[in-house]
Design a protein around this ligand. Structure first.
Ligand code: ADP
Length: 274
């Protein structure tokens, strides 16, 4: 993606904007097991601020687990995770690194927004309120401020005229676009996208991907996406990480990974999803 300055700084940007090109996410030797199943095996990787990184690989290779670790929906068994230089897994107390407490985790996690496969909108709230709820309750924005920001974001995702609808009155693609606006309303530094089009009817996929392409192009947000949409991955990614059995088996710019993969497993995988 290009690195032109944000055209819409209202959509992203936080109190402490990251320096362009600095490391925003870092996994060091992260191991995650479920019972005897080692899902991530001493994983190391990092994502620089403002970059768009796509995780590809066969089902069960650990991609979603990485996003869930960043959202603190699950914890690593070993290793450390840092976001914006701060440990997500640990905190410093008296000069020593100890397992992170809840308050520390909440603070670090505030920099991260996520969009799920299944939208997960609040069904009892209108579209506008879905987007204003967390900025008001978590960030302490006034209702007016939150609404102004929400309307701007809903315009950006093409739903400025549906503020008063309930989620069930919208198509899946529209609901997912509300979910994107809702995530951005918290002004995260990082947006995690977990197969956001895989629950959609085929004709609704393009609209959602177009919105994400637009966000990737016009804001400074860092993106980490798990997707099976290889054309989308090719369009938006600065870097593609190919996973197999909990390890990155190769990584590089999309032009190379997609046209000249080094690894036999990558060739097989790309052959199967195309
Ligand atoms: P991917 O996103 O690449 O399809 P996942 O990260 O979802 O892979 O899953 C990796 C492995 O972890 C799979 O074998 C899956 O069955 C297992 N797994 C994921 N979540 C859990 C869980 N909560 N309990 C047990 N096993 C899990």
């Amino acid at each position: 993606a290009d690195t032109t300055p944000a055209k819409d700084p209202g959509a992203t940007g936080t109190g402490n904007p990251p320096v362009d090109g600095s490391e925003l996410i870092r996994f060091d030797h992260v191991t995650k097991r479920f019972g005897t199943n080692t899902v991530l095996d001493r994983l190391d990787f990092s994502v620089d601020s403002g970059k768009h990184v796509t995780l590809i690989g066969p089902s069960g290779s650990g991609k979603t687990t990485i996003l869930r670790l960043l959202m603190t929906l699950t914890k690593p068994d070993e290793g450390t995770i840092r976001v914006g230089g701060q440990y997500l897994t640990h905190e410093e107390r008296n000069g020593r690194l100890v397992p992170a407490g809840e308050k520390h985790v909440r603070e670090v996690r505030r920099n991260i927004g996520m969009v799920f496969q299944q939208f997960n909108l609040f069904p009892n709230m209108k579209v506008l309120r879905n987007v204003t709820e967390a900025p008001v309750t978590v960030l302490g924005l006034s209702k007016d401020e939150a609404e102004a920001r929400a309307r701007e974001l809903l315009d950006m995702v093409g739903l400025g005229d549906r503020c008063d609808a309930y989620p069930t009155q919208l198509s899946g693609g529209q609901q997912q676009r509300v979910a994107i606006a809702r995530a951005l309303a918290m002004r995260p530094q990082v947006l995690l996208l977990d197969e956001v089009t895989s629950a959609l009817d085929p004709e609704l996929v393009a609209g959602v991907l177009d919105v994400l392409r637009d966000i990737a192009r016009s804001t400074d947000i860092t993106m980490l996406c798990v997707t099976h949409e290889m054309n989308f991955a090719r369009d938006i990614s600065d870097q593609v990480l190919m996973f197999d059995s909990g390890r990155v088996i190769e990584s590089g710019p999309p032009e190379r990974i997609f046209s000249d993969p080094e690894h036999e497993r990558t060739r097989e995988f790309l052959g199967a999803v195309r």
